[in-house]
Design a protein around this ligand. Sequence first.
Ligand SMILES: Nc1ncnc2c1ncn2[C@@H]1O[C@H](COP(=O)(O)OP(=O)(O)OP(=O)(O)O)[C@@H](O)[C@H]1O
Length: 483
Amino acid sequence: MPPVLEKSNSNSFILRDLDFTLRRQFGKTGFRPFQREIIQAALDGHDVFVQAATSFGKSLCFQLPAVVNDGITIVVSPLLSLMMNQVEALRAADIDASSLNSNTPLLERDRILNDLKTGHPRTRLLYVTPELCATDRFRDRLRIVHEQRELARIAIDEAHCISEWGHDFRKDFKRLSWFRESFPDVPIMCLTATANSRVRKDVLSTLGLDANPDRLKSFTMTAHRPNLHFEIRFTRDEDDQRLDDFLRWIRGVYRRRGEDPRRSELTECGERPSNVPGIIYTISRDECESLASQLRQEGIGAQPFHAKLTKETKEQTLAKWVSNEPGYDIIVATTAFGMGIDKNNVRFVVHWRLPKSFEGYYQEAGRAGRDGNAAYCFLYYSREDRDRVSSLVVRDRQSSGSNFEARAQSLQALAQYCESINTCRHKLICKYFGEKDTPACDYACDWHKDSADLQRRFTRGLASEEWVSTQREEGLLEVDWDD
Ligand SMILES: Nc1ncnc2c1ncn2[C@@H]1O[C@H](COP(=O)(O)OP(=O)(O)OP(=O)(O)O)[C@@H](O)[C@H]1O
């Protein structure tokens, strides 16, 4: 019997309670579709699997039950930046949340571990890394909390990292099976934006959630983001026009915003014409630095963001970008800047080169348009890049040895998506994630906008396969990229 199911006397009371908590603690006026059902299933003591599009509002699905229930919710998350953002937001809402990871200062670490040791922790949500969950000290503390029936729920964010068939597989995520083995009565919730059916099955069986199907409630929703406009821009080494093309595009956007009546509207709400927040994803640190600097030389407010920058620089860049400061309109990033970025008015995401996986591409594109307004996602695709990225995936196999087959398949699917010129991009994306229904696309992809132009650009833009294979054989596509 789960320890946390002290339900209110009537269902209607619970419903009112949820609305009240949503307004009072989270400052939101209403639930988005399915959030209430997911939260209710969690409060009823079910294991819950949530797959929903980027920006759906998955975090609320474990945060709100954590506030309503007694006891502590452990949130396993792969990214420190994601944890910090969420903990800050919860604390601002007066909710007792903390994070424990390799960066936690000693005093804070002791405070949290002592809090757990009491068996009746004050902390409502504790964010931890999967690595920490494998440590004896942490496990001992959780046993104490569990004995006191205060371990309310385990929430596993970005749960696709559990599966070797997922693009972001992390070995320590597999060891999270420990939770069900050690605390069989404690409900588990896992959440992801990007899983196909194979990844889903793998996640459920690794965590032991498939052993009792009646206990599990799955919410698998569409990956569709109708407000995102998808386009592929074709290019080739011999005539690489990416920078000019991008400058033409962004200057066009600035110009339109700088003309009346738009200009007056923007001035009225205190916005600059060039405040069009965006992200450009590159694949290497060097390119990230050099592209940001080239854009700055052209008068565009662009800043680099990658793993080798100091913590202070990264924090400062992020804070200035989030608050729309001049000079910080565009972040040029490696994949170090991905999951968990929750700025709601990102108007474009550009992939400068082909990403390494379909899931990674869609996660990153999903940073755009989180306010529900139209946003633009385009990707510069060349066959030479396709081969370069393939060689990176092979190199990763040699260094890490894990899930090569899944990675290779995902990259191949992404290259096929880019080379597809006869179908709606939204349809291709949903199909990749195993959906059967065709999503509505209101001229929100290059095929729907102008299929003849797409075919023309495809034919003119790409290098021939023969040329690319000659280059490959001569070793001219080898790369030394370091992300
Ligand atoms: N019911 C709601 N009403 C208004 N805003 C909401 C609601 N639920 C969530 N949000 C907001 O939506 C944004 C996205 O939520 P969240 O970060 O949880 O998304 P997510 O589903 O985890 O997306 P991703 O997978 O892309 O990280 C946040 O700014 C959050 O505050």
